[in-house]
Design a protein around this ligand. Structure first.
Ligand SMILES: Nc1ncnc2c1ncn2[C@@H]1O[C@H](COP(=O)(O)OP(=O)(O)OP(=O)(O)O)[C@@H](O)[C@H]1O
Ligand SMILES: [Mg+2]
Length: 198
């Protein structure tokens, strides 16, 4: 089987599996994820943190967002780049942010006179994924958005201080994930059951 077909098959399987979780299971996993993440030193030390609003059965980090607000950490959300295709920018997010749906029907904060933060200036980015393995391999939705936005990590050879962590339901774990040269490696994956450092 070619890598492209393997990736497509795995994407379909994992997306159906996470969408099949009941609202009760989703809420429980969200609570357990919050516990996994808040117990980590890298989270406790981070001051500017990018998170996301869940879509397509992705694990819900809303409790983490509220935890960050309550503890004085700055929260940012991704927004489609206004000009560059398949790239993201990060915009400050507060309880008062004005939101608008993007072309994928995902809510994004409206830029209200605030400059987006450069991706490299974030201390921690937690983003969704479709499948992961324990080596830091990540399969996303297929747009290459996160891969392109964080491609500077390939060049910085360990000099970048931006930590990239994938968030997922534990059932999205797989072995032998087909990864490609452009895939951005994760420093860890946090789920409802474990933190997997890579
Ligand atoms: N740094 C990059 N520069 C140019 N093209 C890229 C880069 N990263 C990924 N791509 C392109 O994006 C496409 C999708 O990549 P991939 O299948 O890895 O998406 P993904 O990781 O599932 O998506 P996402 O990053 O949005 O979660 C591929 O065709 C790949 O060539
Ligand atoms: Mg990729």
């Amino acid at each position: 089987m070619s890598t492209a077909i393997k990736k497509q098959t795995l994407r379909q399987q994992m997306r159906s599996a996470r969408r099949a979780l009941s609202p009760h299971q989703q809420r429980q996993n969200a609570r357990l994820l919050c516990r996994t993440v808040t117990s980590q030193l890298w989270f406790q030390q981070a001051k500017s943190i990018a998170l996301y609003l869940p879509n397509d059965g992705e694990i819900d980090p809303s409790l983490l967002i509220q935890y960050c607000w309550a503890s004085g950490k700055k929260v940012y959300l991704p927004k489609l780049h206004p000009t560059a295709k398949h790239r993201l920018i990060f915009v400050a997010y507060t309880a008062k942010s004005k939101m608008r749906l993007n072309c994928y029907r995902i809510p994004e904060p409206v830029i209200q006179g605030l400059k987006p933060i450069p991706a490299w200036a974030l201390s921690l980015v937690m983003f969704p994924l479709v499948a992961f393995d324990q080596n830091g391999g990540r399969l996303g939705m297929g747009g290459g958005y996160y891969d392109r936005t964080f491609s500077f990590k390939h060049l910085s050879k360990g000099m970048s201080s931006t930590k990239l962590i994938g968030l997922a339901h534990d059932l999205q774990k797989t072995e032998n994930l087909p990864t490609e040269s452009w895939d951005i490696p994760l420093q860890g994956i946090a789920t409802d059951k474990h933190y997997y450092p890579c």
